[in-house]
Design a binder for this molecule. Structure first.
Ligand code: GTP
Ligand code: MG
Length: 207
């Protein structure tokens, strides 16, 4: 594992842009990996853990915090450079209908037409598994691609907040999520960094 750790060390990480509509994004150039999931699931925390920065991406106890598409740039020790994209969380009941109407097209527009998007990392809480909102997103990513865009990005399923359940429950819970979703799942903890190298392997394979 030490070898993977070294090559996945982040030597540069920075904020690139925040956009409230796909037009506000930087022109597509570098390969991108987007992070999606329900509000409060831990997207921003996972991105900080990936980039090995404590608070480059703003996290919060208030669900629905990330309301823009935020683009970050990261360069790894082996030279790999990519953009990591924090998407607004969905499924948060207290967000007003007007706000939801404003976000949905932004999120869908990005997912459907960003030509450099290689993978969507879908985060689910290990204690909740894949829910209806998540399934809608997966279907959208697979089918909502515009005809002129590249092939649909792949979806990488991650179960986060692994540290919140007892050690002896972790494997069985992950297996349950895997069997229900019928795709592999990576267990992750932003607290301990567990799952970071496994996630980078999947990301590298998708680029
Ligand atoms: P929105 O931007 O609102 O959609 O939320 P988000 O998905 O970006 O979640 P965020 O990373 O802001 O985390 C929400 C809360 O969960 C924060 O209080 C984090 O500290 C906590 N959290 C996130 N990941 C983990 C984890 O792996 N373990 C533990 N124990 N807490 C976590
Ligand atoms: Mg966030």
């Amino acid at each position: 594992m030490a070898e993977a750790e070294e090559k996945n060390r982040v030597v540069e990480a920075k904020f690139v842009a925040g956009a409230t509509s796909p037009d506000g994004l930087p022109p597509p150039a570098l390969a991108e990996i987007a992070f999606a999931g329900r509000s409060n699931v831990g997207k921003s925390s996972l991105m900080n853990a990936l980039m090995q920065r404590r608070s480059l991406v703003r996290t919060s106890n208030t669900p629905g915090r990330t309301r823009e598409i935020n683009v970050f740039y990261a360069r790894l020790a082996d030279g790999l450079a990519l953009n990591l994209v924090d998407l607004p969380g969905y499924g948060f009941a207290k967000v007003s209908k007007a706000e939801k109407r404003a976000w949905a097209p932004m999120l869908e527009g990005y997912l459907a037409s960003r030509p450099t998007l290689r993978a969507v990392v879908l985060l689910v809480d290990v204690r909740r598994g894949v829910e209806d909102d998540d399934r809608e997103l997966v279907d959208f990513v697979a089918r909502g691609r515009k005809a002129d865009a590249n092939k649909p990005p792949e979806t990488i399923l991650v179960a986060t907040k692994l540290d919140k359940i007892a050690l002896n429950k972790q494997k069985p819970e992950l297996l349950k999520i895997r069997n229900a979703a019928k795709v592999p799942v990576i267990g992750f903890s932003a607290e301990t960094g567990e799952g970071r190298d496994a996630l980078f392997s999947r990301i590298r394979a998708a680029l």
